[in-house]
Design a protein around this ligand. Structure first.
Ligand SMILES: [Mn+2]
Length: 343
């Protein structure tokens, strides 16, 4: 904590980075930290590999002008990471999770502070580490970090309201609105933030009552035609690029789909695969006793949490890149995985 306080007070230009394809938790804690740093008079900015989903715009709002997206302005993003003298790495266990930003982060010798809740943090990459896996989200962890800084002194009401809202938003999305990874500390955080004046009803409305119709039309199609359930109890859905185009789906609009098949009694693990330009992106969720983390790590170059993980498969790596080949690979992986799964 002392290191964080001293680093922040010494720094003149602070960069905040988070994982690629930023979700509600990644953006929530990034916005909250930016908001707090500005409230104490610091110059800070967020650097992203790619743009956050439009569905999170309600939370970003005015802070959009302090966000640089590498995919859109690579030179500006590289310069921001080169010129800063302190980097906060949020909601990631290794700087490689920032993809295009990683080389610039590594090249800057300034202090780097990690705030994260994933398994296996790459400890050698950071000067100070706040890492906790028994917690709902990076937003909850950052909430605890902020409570400990001088000036806030364990009083949630002293956290700037906009930061408090972003933290509650991040926690809400990472727990799927209090459905998973919820701890006593999570309810305490929610309770304290509500008492501090955060409008949860508005956040819930912005998050969950604000989708475009397309999302639901696509969901109907996927559940009807694309959902497969194997003998081992693995459910999987593959969304190819054509289907994305057909339903005009935007980044972030399939959020939450992967959780749905877990509602089926005999399903123990759910896998969602999405085709992108050069890769397939995978999300894995499992019920207690089955390790989504091991599946993502072993077959999809990923990982994350025990019951919620992600990964990717670059096209051309081991299969020729088609959806058919992917499905064959997936089926073999599932078979192999459950053979080894002893629990
Ligand atoms: Mn997270």
């Amino acid at each position: 904590m002392d290191f964080l306080t001293a680093s922040v007070s010494r720094a003149t230009d602070i960069a905040i980075v988070t994982h690629t394809h930023p979700d509600g938790d990644a953006m929530g804690c990034s916005i909250a930290l930016l908001c707090w740093l500005e409230s104490i008079g610091k110059k800070a900015g967020i650097v992203l590999d790619d743009r956050y989903p439009e569905s999170l715009e309600f939370m970003v709002g005015e802070y959009g002008s302090r966000i640089t997206v590498s995919e859109e302005e690579p030179g500006k993003a590289a310069a921001a990471l080169r010129n800063c003298d302190l980097i906060f790495c949020l909601d990631l266990n290794s700087i490689e999770r920032t993809e295009s930003l990683a080389e610039h982060i590594a090249a800057n010798r300034c202090p780097k502070i990690l705030v994260d809740h994933h398994l296996n943090p790459a400890v050698g990459q950071f000067s100070a580490i706040f890492s906790e896996t028994g917690i709902s989200s990076a937003s909850e962890l950052l909430y605890n970090v902020l409570l400990a800084v001088p000036g806030i002194d364990s009083d949630a009401r002293k956290i700037p309201l906009k930061a408090a809202e972003a933290l509650l938003t991040g926690m809400t999305t990472d727990t799927n609105n209090f459905a998973n990874s919820v701890y006593p500390s999570t309810f305490r955080m929610a309770s304290e933030l509500l008492a501090a004046g955060v409008d949860r009803d508005r956040i819930l409305s912005d998050l969950y009552m604000n989708y475009r119709e397309n999302r639901f039309r696509l969901l109907g199609r996927l559940l009807d035609r694309n959902l497969r359930i194997t003998a081992e109890g693995a459910a999987y859905i593959i969304i190819d690029a054509d289907t994305y185009r057909e339903f005009d789906i935007r980044e972030g609009e399939t959020e939450g789909f992967v959780n749905m098949p877990l509602g089926i009694k005999n399903v123990r693990m759910s896998i969602l695969l999405k085709e992108e330009k050069d890769r397939f992106r995978v999300s894995v969720r499992s019920k207690k006793g089955v390790s989504a983390n091991r599946f993502a790590a072993e077959y999809f170059n990923g990982g994350g949490h025990e019951l919620a993980s992600g990964g990717k498969l670059l096209k051309g790596s081991g299969f020729d890149g088609g959806v058919r080949e992917l499905e064959e690979y997936l089926k073999k992986s599932i078979e192999d995985f459950f053979e080894k799964e002893t629990i």
